[in-house]
Design a protein around this ligand. Structure first.
Ligand code: ATP
Ligand code: MG
Length: 690
């Protein structure tokens, strides 16, 4: 291919990045700025100029799906199948297999069912702990290269919330490694570790692999973990032909062990590295970008401030925020909106519906199914494949008393899934609740419900309209699975407190990751961005009142400013004044605002104690409340005192209210704030009981 043709359709900074002779090269830029485009063009350009042989290129990403897309883009640039594109795991496994074959080593067994394996290692008295939660801890530790004896301390430092105390997790982790080794098994993370180790120890193997892959490229580098970085270094050896691209503001896998510092500190690790920044966005309309930038600007500590991008695309409609009465109305509303947006000449695949959790997907599947819109669920595990859902369905099948009994069992399982706490416990409960909801849907349409009938109906409803892989369809995906992708029209559903940010995100770091995840979701849209939330959502059989996501405060204010004709570039600078300036307007979209009644006349304490007067317990609670407030303020892009002032926090810390009525008696807490934050405050007080 003509090298000059490969530089067409690039701006100066992108062209500089494509043609740079720097080694290594690091491209650090925001969403939609053309990072992936630059990466693929760079491979093609270097091939076209004879600077590299594409057979010696390795391009790395994090999912097989993403690797497939890289291959497709490279093929479109004239590089046929000779560029290797894969995941760290895939490439490591292939290299190890070839080494084992060459040296006549009997390959170890790949441990694919870790959950069952770990379940057998649970000590007496801990049999009820969900093994899947322990597997998550083991995987996190291995991604961070933390050995069992260092687990407890490392987990504590990282504010992990394992289902049982850290030292017990560490013992199970150690037992896992022992048992695995004794049985000559390796897990997925071992593949990375072993490949790095063998490259280090076996010079012939290292020479062969380093000859095979001489030029390394990594997309989405913000999500790399220390173990992958170690393997990358082993692949490189003492060479420097490495190009990474990434965006620290899109780091969304810290909970899995990824470390965006590896991207930020890339120039420190490789002193000869050149860093190129791209500042122009080619994906989104100025209106979409203004909203995304405003959210980022209000994001506080967890985001890089120089991430704001300049728009180049034509003006588009102002994003919309719609409140629905409940989750079903929301799903139906989205189905209608999808149909309205389906104009002549634009395929279904121009639209995506994105949600925070897997459990939200089924309701959308049902709604699209009902009106005959083809859809496809991307990435993430399907509800019916979740271990707890499979287990529940097995129980349902065993029920002898017919469908009513099966449903009762199911509801009981939701009420008390396994008595544990933690992030995955919430996710598990949500999945089971989605299943219960489906069971009720089934009884509503089926006059003579039966267990086999339910199972058939379930498969039909949640999967019937999945067209063949390449058919035209609306995509449904989680925010996580949408990373790196783009659609002309994006619907973001379920933007409620408890989902966005997710309820289990409590630490500053976890909340910052939630905000970045929201930013990832917003920046998938090219032209139309439709945001929705529901004032009531049914979890299993419980209908719960919902508050809209605190992040919407900024979005609503930005949209109002855009509608009143403000310059999108100014709106995008958003931040605190934006969120704080228009609270009245922002709140007008809340259907619940009308509910606010007059405040009961409750006694108040006169004069609150000063922070110095607090005893240790009260001080701990006060500090926790301050952290909580800081998180809220960041999320809402408001100054902390707008959430509540110090005096209120001091009163909370000393009086420890346990009921909503008691909360209302605290200075500075009215109906609106108690309605919005009451549950969280009561939880915090309960969590810090002396
Ligand atoms: P993300 O951070 O979401 O992964 P990215 O930085 O990798 O985004 P790309 O996907 O490479 O961005 O590019 C975003 C969109 O902009 C793509 O449709 C791409 O083809 C287009 N694009 C990138 N650069 C240009 C350019 N100079 N001119 C026109 N279109 C461009
Ligand atoms: Mg990209």
């Amino acid at each position: 291919m003509d090298p000059d043709a490969l530089l067409e359709g690039l701006n100066d900074a992108q062209r500089a990045a494509v043609t740079s002779e720097a080694a290594p090269l690091c491209i650090l830029a925001g969403a939609g700025s053309g990072k992936t485009r630059v990466l693929t063009r760079r491979v093609a350009w270097r091939a076209a100029t004879g600077d590299l042989d594409p057979r010696h290129v390795l391009t790395l990403t994090f999912t097989r799906k993403a690797a497939g897309e890289l291959t497709a883009r490279l093929r479109a640039l004239g590089l046929r199948d000779n560029v290797a594109a894969g995941t760290f795991h895939g490439i490591a496994y292939a290299q190890l297999r070839s080494r084992w074959a060459d040296r006549g080593i009997e390959p170890p067994t790949l441990l694919e069912r870790k959950v069952g394996f770990v379940a057998r290692l649970l000590p007496p008295g801990r049999q009820q702990v969900p093994a899947i939660d322990l597997v998550a801890e083991i995987e996190w530790a291995k991604a961070r290269m933390v050995a069992p004896d260092r687990y407890a301390e490392a987990a504590e430092r990282a504010s992990r919330r394992p289902p049982i105390p850290g030292d017990e997790v560490a013992r199970i982790f150690a037992a896992y490694e022992d048992a695995r080794r004794r049985q000559r098994m390796v897990d997925f993370d071992d593949l990375l570790r072993l490949c790095a180790r063998d490259l280090d120890r076996d010079p012939d193997f290292a020479a062969a692999q380093r000859w095979r892959f001489q030029h390394l490229f990594v997309d989405e580098f913000q999500d790399v973990n220390p173990l992958q970085q170690a393997l990358l270094d082993a692949w490189l050896g003492d060479r420097l032909d490495l190009c990474v691209v990434g965006d620290p503001n899109q780091a969304i896998y810290a909970w899995n062990g990824a470390d965006a510092q590896l991207l930020r500190l890339f120039p420190k690790r490789y002193p000869t590295a050149e860093v190129v920044r791209l500042t122009t966005n080619y994906r989104s309309s100025p209106q979409v970008l203004a909203v995304a930038n405003a959210v980022l600007a209000g994001g506080g500590r967890g985001v890089d401030r120089d991430g704001a991008l300049v728009a180049t695309r034509p003006e588009g409609p102002v994003p919309t925020v719609t409140a629905h009465d409940d989750d079903r109305a929301e799903a139906r509303g989205i189905a209608r909106a999808v149909r309205d947006q389906h104009r002549p000449g634009s395929p279904w695949s121009a639209q995506a519906v994105l949600v925070r959790t897997n459990a939200q997907i089924t309701l959308l599947e049902e709604a699209l199914h009902e009106v005959g819109i083809p859809f496809r669920v991307r990435g993430g595990a399907a509800l019916l494949d979740q271990p707890e859902v499979k287990a529940a369905l097995r129980t349902v099948q065993r029920a002898t008393g017919g469908f009513p009994e099966a449903l009762a069992d199911l509801e009981a399982a939701v009420a008390d899934p396994d008595g544990t706490e933690g992030d995955r416990a919430e996710e598990r409960r949500a999945n089971l609740e989605a299943l219960v909801r489906l069971a009720h849907d089934y009884t509503a349409v089926e006059p003579v419900p039966s267990v086999p009938g339910f199972l058939t109906w379930l498969r039909a409803t949640t999967r019937a309209d999945q067209p063949d892989r390449h058919g035209d369809a609306v995509e449904i995906a989680t925010f996580h699975a949408a990373k790196g992708l783009e659609w002309p029209v994006v619907h973001l559903a379920g933007l409620e407190q408890g989902l966005v940010p997710i309820g289990h995100a409590r630490t500053g770091e976890a909340l910052a990751e939630e905000l970045r995840l929201f930013y990832v979701a917003l920046t998938r849209a090219e032209r139309e961005l439709c945001l929705t939330w529901a004032a009531e959502r049914t979890f299993g059989t419980r209908a719960m009142k919902r508050d809209r996501s605190p992040y919407l405060e900024t979005v609503v204010a930005a949209c109002a400013a855009l509608r009143s004709g403000a310059d999108p570039a100014q709106v995008g600078q958003g931040g605190a004044p934006l969120g704080g300036a228009a609270p009245g307007r922002a709140r007008a979209a809340r259907p619940s605002a009308a509910r606010s009644r007059s405040r009961p006349n409750l006694p108040r304490t006169r004069g609150a104690p000063a922070p110095d007067d607090l005893d240790d317990d009260a001080r701990a609670l006060f500090e926790a409340l301050r952290d909580w407030r800081a998180g809220k303020a960041r999320a809402a892009a408001m100054p902390p005192y707008v959430i509540c002032n110090d005096r209120t926090l001091l009163e909370l810390a000393t009086r420890r209210p346990r009921t909503t009525t008691a909360l209302l008696a605290v200075h500075g807490l009215g109906e609106v704030k108690v309605g919005r934050f009451g549950d969280e405050l009561l939880d915090l007080v309960a969590d810090h009981a002396p």
